[in-house]
Ligand binder design. Structure first.
Ligand code: NAD
Ligand code: UDP
Ligand code: UDP
Length: 343
Protein backbone atom coordinates (compact mmCIF):
# COMPACT_ATOMS: atom_id res chain seq x y z
CA UNK A 1 0.00 0.00 0.00
CA UNK A 2 1.67 3.15 -1.26
CA UNK A 3 -0.29 5.60 0.89
CA UNK A 4 0.04 5.46 4.63
CA UNK A 5 -3.07 7.63 4.97
CA UNK A 6 -5.32 5.04 3.35
CA UNK A 7 -5.17 2.94 6.47
CA UNK A 8 -5.01 5.83 8.88
CA UNK A 9 -8.28 6.62 10.66
CA UNK A 10 -7.19 10.15 11.51
CA UNK A 11 -7.41 11.57 7.99
CA UNK A 12 -8.41 15.18 7.93
CA UNK A 13 -8.63 15.55 11.70
CA UNK A 14 -6.83 18.73 12.62
CA UNK A 15 -6.00 20.29 15.90
CA UNK A 16 -6.30 24.04 16.22
CA UNK A 17 -3.60 26.23 17.71
CA UNK A 18 -1.17 25.08 20.38
CA UNK A 19 -1.46 21.54 21.63
CA UNK A 20 -0.39 20.74 25.18
CA UNK A 21 2.53 18.33 25.30
CA UNK A 22 1.72 14.85 26.46
CA UNK A 23 -1.73 14.79 24.87
CA UNK A 24 -2.19 12.33 22.04
CA UNK A 25 -2.62 14.62 19.10
CA UNK A 26 -4.33 14.00 15.86
CA UNK A 27 -3.13 15.25 12.54
CA UNK A 28 -1.14 18.41 13.13
CA UNK A 29 -0.74 20.94 10.32
CA UNK A 30 2.96 21.17 9.71
CA UNK A 31 5.00 23.37 7.39
CA UNK A 32 8.34 22.04 6.18
CA UNK A 33 10.35 24.72 4.39
CA UNK A 34 12.95 23.17 2.10
CA UNK A 35 10.85 19.98 2.13
CA UNK A 36 11.75 19.09 -1.46
CA UNK A 37 15.42 18.79 -0.49
CA UNK A 38 17.42 15.88 0.85
CA UNK A 39 16.69 16.06 4.59
CA UNK A 40 13.29 17.75 4.21
CA UNK A 41 11.82 15.04 2.00
CA UNK A 42 12.76 12.30 4.50
CA UNK A 43 11.19 14.36 7.29
CA UNK A 44 8.00 14.79 5.23
CA UNK A 45 7.81 11.00 4.78
CA UNK A 46 7.86 10.49 8.55
CA UNK A 47 5.29 13.23 9.26
CA UNK A 48 2.87 11.94 6.64
CA UNK A 49 3.35 8.40 7.97
CA UNK A 50 2.51 9.70 11.47
CA UNK A 51 -0.80 11.10 10.24
CA UNK A 52 -0.03 14.81 10.01
CA UNK A 53 -0.94 17.24 7.23
CA UNK A 54 2.18 18.61 5.61
CA UNK A 55 2.69 21.77 3.59
CA UNK A 56 6.04 21.96 1.86
CA UNK A 57 7.38 25.39 0.91
CA UNK A 58 10.24 25.17 -1.57
CA UNK A 59 11.71 27.24 -4.39
CA UNK A 60 13.40 24.18 -5.95
CA UNK A 61 16.86 25.74 -5.91
CA UNK A 62 18.41 22.46 -4.77
CA UNK A 63 15.24 20.46 -4.11
CA UNK A 64 13.37 18.24 -6.58
CA UNK A 65 9.74 17.26 -7.02
CA UNK A 66 10.95 13.68 -7.51
CA UNK A 67 11.84 13.58 -3.79
CA UNK A 68 8.16 14.02 -2.92
CA UNK A 69 6.38 12.52 -5.92
CA UNK A 70 5.13 9.56 -3.85
CA UNK A 71 2.94 11.99 -1.87
CA UNK A 72 1.29 13.66 -4.86
CA UNK A 73 -2.42 12.98 -4.74
CA UNK A 74 -2.45 12.54 -0.97
CA UNK A 75 -4.96 15.06 0.43
CA UNK A 76 -2.79 15.52 3.52
CA UNK A 77 0.10 16.75 1.39
CA UNK A 78 0.60 20.14 -0.33
CA UNK A 79 3.59 21.40 -2.27
CA UNK A 80 3.88 25.18 -2.56
CA UNK A 81 6.45 26.71 -4.91
CA UNK A 82 7.50 29.69 -2.86
CA UNK A 83 10.68 31.48 -1.82
CA UNK A 84 10.90 31.99 1.96
CA UNK A 85 12.52 35.37 1.37
CA UNK A 86 8.97 36.54 0.53
CA UNK A 87 6.28 36.65 3.26
CA UNK A 88 3.54 34.02 3.25
CA UNK A 89 0.29 33.58 5.17
CA UNK A 90 -0.66 30.10 6.34
CA UNK A 91 -2.42 28.56 9.34
CA UNK A 92 -0.23 25.91 10.96
CA UNK A 93 0.75 24.26 14.23
CA UNK A 94 4.44 23.60 13.65
CA UNK A 95 7.15 24.91 11.31
CA UNK A 96 10.26 22.91 10.49
CA UNK A 97 12.47 25.53 8.84
CA UNK A 98 15.00 23.80 6.58
CA UNK A 99 15.01 26.03 3.49
CA UNK A 100 18.64 26.82 2.68
CA UNK A 101 21.17 25.17 0.38
CA UNK A 102 23.49 22.96 2.47
CA UNK A 103 26.30 21.97 0.11
CA UNK A 104 29.20 24.47 0.07
CA UNK A 105 29.09 24.44 -3.75
CA UNK A 106 25.40 25.43 -3.70
CA UNK A 107 25.53 28.00 -0.91
CA UNK A 108 28.58 29.74 -2.42
CA UNK A 109 26.89 29.90 -5.86
CA UNK A 110 24.95 33.04 -4.91
CA UNK A 111 26.18 34.05 -1.45
CA UNK A 112 23.93 37.09 -1.11
CA UNK A 113 20.92 34.90 -1.82
CA UNK A 114 22.16 32.47 0.84
CA UNK A 115 22.28 35.28 3.41
CA UNK A 116 18.83 36.51 2.42
CA UNK A 117 17.44 33.00 2.76
CA UNK A 118 18.99 32.57 6.20
CA UNK A 119 18.13 36.01 7.53
CA UNK A 120 14.99 37.28 5.74
CA UNK A 121 13.67 33.75 5.18
CA UNK A 122 14.08 32.87 8.86
CA UNK A 123 12.56 36.21 9.89
CA UNK A 124 9.48 35.53 7.77
CA UNK A 125 9.01 32.04 9.19
CA UNK A 126 9.39 33.40 12.74
CA UNK A 127 6.88 36.13 11.92
CA UNK A 128 4.50 33.44 10.71
CA UNK A 129 5.10 31.37 13.86
CA UNK A 130 4.40 34.41 16.03
CA UNK A 131 1.19 35.31 14.20
CA UNK A 132 -0.39 31.85 14.39
CA UNK A 133 1.21 30.63 17.65
CA UNK A 134 3.07 27.81 15.92
CA UNK A 135 6.15 26.07 17.27
CA UNK A 136 9.24 26.82 15.16
CA UNK A 137 12.29 24.58 14.65
CA UNK A 138 15.46 25.95 13.04
CA UNK A 139 17.88 23.61 11.31
CA UNK A 140 21.15 25.28 12.12
CA UNK A 141 24.51 23.70 11.50
CA UNK A 142 27.81 22.57 12.97
CA UNK A 143 29.26 25.31 10.75
CA UNK A 144 28.37 27.78 13.52
CA UNK A 145 31.49 26.37 15.24
CA UNK A 146 33.61 27.41 12.22
CA UNK A 147 37.13 25.95 12.29
CA UNK A 148 36.73 24.81 15.89
CA UNK A 149 39.32 25.30 18.60
CA UNK A 150 37.41 22.93 20.90
CA UNK A 151 37.14 19.25 20.00
CA UNK A 152 34.68 17.58 20.07
CA UNK A 153 32.26 20.50 19.93
CA UNK A 154 29.77 21.09 22.74
CA UNK A 155 26.76 23.39 22.40
CA UNK A 156 28.41 25.79 24.86
CA UNK A 157 31.27 26.48 22.42
CA UNK A 158 30.85 29.87 20.67
CA UNK A 159 32.82 28.96 17.62
CA UNK A 160 35.67 30.26 15.49
CA UNK A 161 34.10 31.71 12.35
CA UNK A 162 35.64 33.97 9.72
CA UNK A 163 33.05 36.74 9.22
CA UNK A 164 34.40 37.82 5.82
CA UNK A 165 35.30 34.52 4.19
CA UNK A 166 33.70 32.56 1.36
CA UNK A 167 31.80 30.33 3.79
CA UNK A 168 30.48 33.24 5.86
CA UNK A 169 27.23 33.62 3.90
CA UNK A 170 26.28 30.23 5.32
CA UNK A 171 28.07 30.20 8.71
CA UNK A 172 27.20 33.75 9.68
CA UNK A 173 23.78 33.43 8.03
CA UNK A 174 22.96 30.47 10.29
CA UNK A 175 24.41 32.22 13.33
CA UNK A 176 22.11 35.18 12.64
CA UNK A 177 19.21 32.78 12.12
CA UNK A 178 19.93 31.35 15.61
CA UNK A 179 20.02 34.88 17.02
CA UNK A 180 16.69 35.77 15.42
CA UNK A 181 15.19 32.54 16.72
CA UNK A 182 16.26 33.28 20.30
CA UNK A 183 15.11 36.90 20.06
CA UNK A 184 11.63 35.87 18.87
CA UNK A 185 11.58 33.38 21.73
CA UNK A 186 12.65 35.88 24.40
CA UNK A 187 10.91 38.92 22.94
CA UNK A 188 7.68 37.55 21.49
CA UNK A 189 7.29 34.29 23.40
CA UNK A 190 7.47 32.14 20.26
CA UNK A 191 8.06 28.46 21.05
CA UNK A 192 11.33 27.63 19.34
CA UNK A 193 13.76 24.75 18.89
CA UNK A 194 17.30 24.86 17.49
CA UNK A 195 19.16 21.89 16.00
CA UNK A 196 22.82 22.11 15.03
CA UNK A 197 23.17 19.47 12.37
CA UNK A 198 26.47 17.76 11.56
CA UNK A 199 27.32 16.31 8.13
CA UNK A 200 24.44 14.10 7.05
CA UNK A 201 24.23 11.67 4.12
CA UNK A 202 21.76 9.26 2.60
CA UNK A 203 19.46 8.54 -0.32
CA UNK A 204 18.15 11.54 -2.32
CA UNK A 205 21.25 13.68 -1.90
CA UNK A 206 21.87 15.59 -5.12
CA UNK A 207 24.17 13.46 -7.27
CA UNK A 208 26.59 16.25 -8.07
CA UNK A 209 26.22 18.56 -5.11
CA UNK A 210 29.95 18.66 -4.33
CA UNK A 211 29.65 17.27 -0.81
CA UNK A 212 32.21 14.67 0.02
CA UNK A 213 30.00 11.60 0.56
CA UNK A 214 27.90 12.19 -2.55
CA UNK A 215 31.03 12.96 -4.59
CA UNK A 216 32.90 9.83 -3.50
CA UNK A 217 29.91 7.53 -3.97
CA UNK A 218 29.05 8.90 -7.43
CA UNK A 219 32.72 8.83 -8.46
CA UNK A 220 33.26 5.23 -7.32
CA UNK A 221 30.11 4.08 -9.13
CA UNK A 222 31.15 5.86 -12.32
CA UNK A 223 34.67 4.40 -12.10
CA UNK A 224 36.16 7.85 -11.68
CA UNK A 225 38.88 8.66 -9.15
CA UNK A 226 37.78 9.82 -5.68
CA UNK A 227 38.70 13.48 -5.33
CA UNK A 228 40.36 14.09 -1.95
CA UNK A 229 40.80 17.80 -1.21
CA UNK A 230 44.00 18.90 0.55
CA UNK A 231 45.92 16.17 2.35
CA UNK A 232 42.73 14.30 3.26
CA UNK A 233 43.57 14.42 6.97
CA UNK A 234 40.74 16.81 7.85
CA UNK A 235 37.91 15.08 9.70
CA UNK A 236 34.13 15.03 9.63
CA UNK A 237 31.53 12.95 11.46
CA UNK A 238 28.88 11.47 9.21
CA UNK A 239 25.28 10.92 10.24
CA UNK A 240 22.72 8.81 8.37
CA UNK A 241 19.59 10.76 7.46
CA UNK A 242 17.06 8.61 9.37
CA UNK A 243 18.94 9.29 12.62
CA UNK A 244 18.75 13.02 11.96
CA UNK A 245 15.03 12.97 11.18
CA UNK A 246 14.36 11.08 14.42
CA UNK A 247 16.38 13.70 16.30
CA UNK A 248 14.55 16.61 14.67
CA UNK A 249 11.15 15.14 15.54
CA UNK A 250 12.15 14.42 19.13
CA UNK A 251 13.44 17.96 19.44
CA UNK A 252 10.24 19.46 18.05
CA UNK A 253 8.06 17.34 20.35
CA UNK A 254 10.25 17.77 23.43
CA UNK A 255 10.37 20.55 25.97
CA UNK A 256 13.87 21.91 25.41
CA UNK A 257 14.76 24.86 23.22
CA UNK A 258 18.35 23.80 22.58
CA UNK A 259 20.56 24.33 20.73
CA UNK A 260 21.21 20.60 20.35
CA UNK A 261 24.00 18.99 18.35
CA UNK A 262 22.49 16.33 16.11
CA UNK A 263 25.25 14.26 14.57
CA UNK A 264 27.07 10.96 14.69
CA UNK A 265 30.23 11.12 16.82
CA UNK A 266 31.98 8.57 14.54
CA UNK A 267 34.86 10.71 13.20
CA UNK A 268 36.68 9.97 9.92
CA UNK A 269 39.47 11.63 7.97
CA UNK A 270 38.57 12.10 4.30
CA UNK A 271 41.12 9.39 3.45
CA UNK A 272 39.39 7.01 5.88
CA UNK A 273 36.06 7.86 4.28
CA UNK A 274 37.55 7.14 0.85
CA UNK A 275 38.64 3.74 2.18
CA UNK A 276 35.13 2.91 3.40
CA UNK A 277 33.75 3.93 -0.01
CA UNK A 278 36.34 1.72 -1.72
CA UNK A 279 35.42 -1.23 0.51
CA UNK A 280 31.72 -0.66 -0.12
CA UNK A 281 31.75 0.00 -3.88
CA UNK A 282 35.04 -0.65 -5.63
CA UNK A 283 38.30 -1.82 -4.05
CA UNK A 284 40.20 -0.54 -7.09
CA UNK A 285 38.85 3.01 -7.01
CA UNK A 286 41.75 5.44 -7.37
CA UNK A 287 42.33 8.52 -5.26
CA UNK A 288 43.14 11.87 -6.84
CA UNK A 289 44.34 14.80 -4.72
CA UNK A 290 42.94 18.28 -5.39
CA UNK A 291 43.66 21.63 -3.72
CA UNK A 292 41.42 22.20 -0.70
CA UNK A 293 38.81 24.95 -0.58
CA UNK A 294 39.30 28.15 1.40
CA UNK A 295 38.56 28.19 5.15
CA UNK A 296 37.89 24.46 5.25
CA UNK A 297 37.40 23.40 8.91
CA UNK A 298 40.15 21.00 9.99
CA UNK A 299 37.99 18.82 12.20
CA UNK A 300 34.46 18.33 13.31
CA UNK A 301 32.88 15.95 15.78
CA UNK A 302 29.75 16.48 17.87
CA UNK A 303 29.54 16.03 21.60
CA UNK A 304 25.98 14.68 21.82
CA UNK A 305 25.73 14.32 25.60
CA UNK A 306 23.02 16.99 25.76
CA UNK A 307 20.82 15.37 23.11
CA UNK A 308 21.27 11.97 24.78
CA UNK A 309 20.27 13.31 28.19
CA UNK A 310 17.49 15.73 27.26
CA UNK A 311 16.01 14.19 24.10
CA UNK A 312 16.84 10.53 24.76
CA UNK A 313 18.34 10.50 21.27
CA UNK A 314 21.44 9.00 19.78
CA UNK A 315 22.31 7.83 16.27
CA UNK A 316 21.82 4.15 15.45
CA UNK A 317 23.24 3.80 11.93
CA UNK A 318 27.01 3.88 11.57
CA UNK A 319 28.79 4.73 8.33
CA UNK A 320 29.39 1.14 7.27
CA UNK A 321 25.69 0.37 7.67
CA UNK A 322 24.37 3.61 6.16
CA UNK A 323 26.61 3.93 3.15
CA UNK A 324 25.26 0.85 1.30
CA UNK A 325 21.71 2.22 1.66
CA UNK A 326 22.79 5.39 -0.10
CA UNK A 327 24.76 3.45 -2.71
CA UNK A 328 21.64 1.55 -3.84
CA UNK A 329 19.81 4.85 -4.38
CA UNK A 330 22.74 6.43 -6.24
CA UNK A 331 23.20 3.32 -8.38
CA UNK A 332 19.57 3.48 -9.46
CA UNK A 333 19.73 7.18 -10.24
CA UNK A 334 23.03 6.98 -12.12
CA UNK A 335 22.44 3.78 -14.08
CA UNK A 336 18.65 3.59 -13.94
CA UNK A 337 18.73 -0.08 -12.92
CA UNK A 338 17.05 -1.61 -9.92
CA UNK A 339 19.75 -4.01 -8.87
CA UNK A 340 20.15 -4.19 -5.14
CA UNK A 341 23.58 -3.32 -3.92
CA UNK A 342 25.41 -6.53 -3.11
CA UNK A 343 26.91 -5.27 0.12
P1 NAD B 1 19.15 20.61 0.40
O1 NAD B 1 19.89 21.60 -0.42
O2 NAD B 1 18.97 19.23 -0.14
O3 NAD B 1 17.71 21.17 0.77
C1 NAD B 1 17.42 22.52 0.95
C2 NAD B 1 16.04 22.80 0.38
O4 NAD B 1 15.72 24.18 0.59
C3 NAD B 1 15.97 22.56 -1.12
O5 NAD B 1 14.80 21.84 -1.43
C4 NAD B 1 15.93 23.96 -1.71
O6 NAD B 1 15.29 24.03 -2.96
C5 NAD B 1 15.20 24.72 -0.61
N1 NAD B 1 15.48 26.16 -0.59
C6 NAD B 1 16.69 26.77 -0.63
N2 NAD B 1 16.53 28.10 -0.57
C7 NAD B 1 15.19 28.35 -0.48
C8 NAD B 1 14.40 29.53 -0.43
N3 NAD B 1 14.96 30.73 -0.42
N4 NAD B 1 13.06 29.40 -0.36
C9 NAD B 1 12.48 28.18 -0.37
N5 NAD B 1 13.18 27.03 -0.45
C10 NAD B 1 14.52 27.12 -0.51
O7 NAD B 1 19.88 20.55 1.81
P2 NAD B 1 19.67 19.55 3.02
O8 NAD B 1 20.92 18.77 3.16
O9 NAD B 1 18.39 18.84 2.92
O10 NAD B 1 19.63 20.57 4.25
C11 NAD B 1 18.43 20.95 4.87
C12 NAD B 1 18.72 21.90 6.02
O11 NAD B 1 19.57 21.29 6.98
C13 NAD B 1 19.43 23.19 5.59
O12 NAD B 1 18.90 24.27 6.31
C14 NAD B 1 20.86 22.95 5.97
O13 NAD B 1 21.53 24.16 6.24
C15 NAD B 1 20.70 22.09 7.22
N6 NAD B 1 21.90 21.28 7.42
C16 NAD B 1 22.14 20.20 6.63
C17 NAD B 1 23.30 19.46 6.80
C18 NAD B 1 23.61 18.25 5.96
O14 NAD B 1 24.68 17.68 6.11
N7 NAD B 1 22.73 17.83 5.07
C19 NAD B 1 24.22 19.83 7.79
C20 NAD B 1 23.95 20.96 8.57
C21 NAD B 1 22.77 21.66 8.38
N1 UDP C 1 5.36 37.28 8.13
C1 UDP C 1 4.96 36.30 7.26
N2 UDP C 1 3.80 35.61 7.52
C2 UDP C 1 3.05 35.83 8.62
C3 UDP C 1 3.47 36.84 9.53
C4 UDP C 1 4.63 37.55 9.26
O1 UDP C 1 5.62 36.03 6.26
O2 UDP C 1 2.04 35.16 8.78
C5 UDP C 1 6.58 38.04 7.86
C6 UDP C 1 6.30 39.54 7.79
O3 UDP C 1 6.03 39.92 6.46
C7 UDP C 1 7.60 40.16 8.30
C8 UDP C 1 8.26 39.04 9.11
O4 UDP C 1 7.47 37.87 8.93
O5 UDP C 1 8.45 40.48 7.21
C9 UDP C 1 8.37 39.37 10.56
O6 UDP C 1 7.07 39.54 11.06
P1 UDP C 1 6.80 40.30 12.44
O7 UDP C 1 5.32 40.37 12.62
O8 UDP C 1 7.57 39.65 13.52
O9 UDP C 1 7.47 41.70 12.22
P2 UDP C 1 6.93 43.02 11.53
O10 UDP C 1 6.03 42.62 10.40
O11 UDP C 1 6.19 43.69 12.62
O12 UDP C 1 8.16 43.72 11.11
N1 UDP D 1 35.96 17.07 0.27
C1 UDP D 1 36.82 16.20 -0.40
N2 UDP D 1 36.46 15.79 -1.65
C2 UDP D 1 35.32 16.18 -2.26
C3 UDP D 1 34.44 17.05 -1.57
C4 UDP D 1 34.81 17.48 -0.30
O1 UDP D 1 37.88 15.81 0.12
O2 UDP D 1 35.07 15.74 -3.40
C5 UDP D 1 36.34 17.49 1.64
C6 UDP D 1 36.18 18.99 1.94
O3 UDP D 1 37.36 19.66 1.63
C7 UDP D 1 35.90 18.98 3.43
C8 UDP D 1 35.16 17.66 3.66
O4 UDP D 1 35.41 16.86 2.50
O5 UDP D 1 37.10 18.93 4.15
C9 UDP D 1 33.67 17.83 3.83
O6 UDP D 1 33.17 18.62 2.77
P1 UDP D 1 31.63 18.79 2.45
O7 UDP D 1 31.54 19.74 1.33
O8 UDP D 1 31.00 17.45 2.28
O9 UDP D 1 30.98 19.38 3.79
P2 UDP D 1 31.42 20.53 4.82
O10 UDP D 1 31.56 19.81 6.10
O11 UDP D 1 32.70 21.15 4.38
O12 UDP D 1 30.30 21.48 4.79
Amino acid sequence: NQWAYKSNPLIGVHSIGKVPLGLKRKGLRIVVTGGAGFVGSHLVDRLIERGDSVMVIDNFFTGRKENLIHHFGNPRFELIRHDVVEPILLEVDQIYHLACPASPVHYKFNPVKTIKTNVVGTLNMLGLAKRVGARFLLTSTSEVYGDPLEHPQKETYWGNVNPIGVRSCYDEGKRTAETLTMDYHRGAGVQVRIARIFNTYGPRMCLDDGRVVSNFVAQALRKEPLTVYGDGKQTRSFQYVSDLVEGLMRLMEGEHVGPFNLGNPGEFTMLELAKVVQETIDQDAKIEYRPNTEDDPHMRKPDITKAKEQLGWEPKVDLRKGLPLMVSDFRQRIFGDHKQDAT
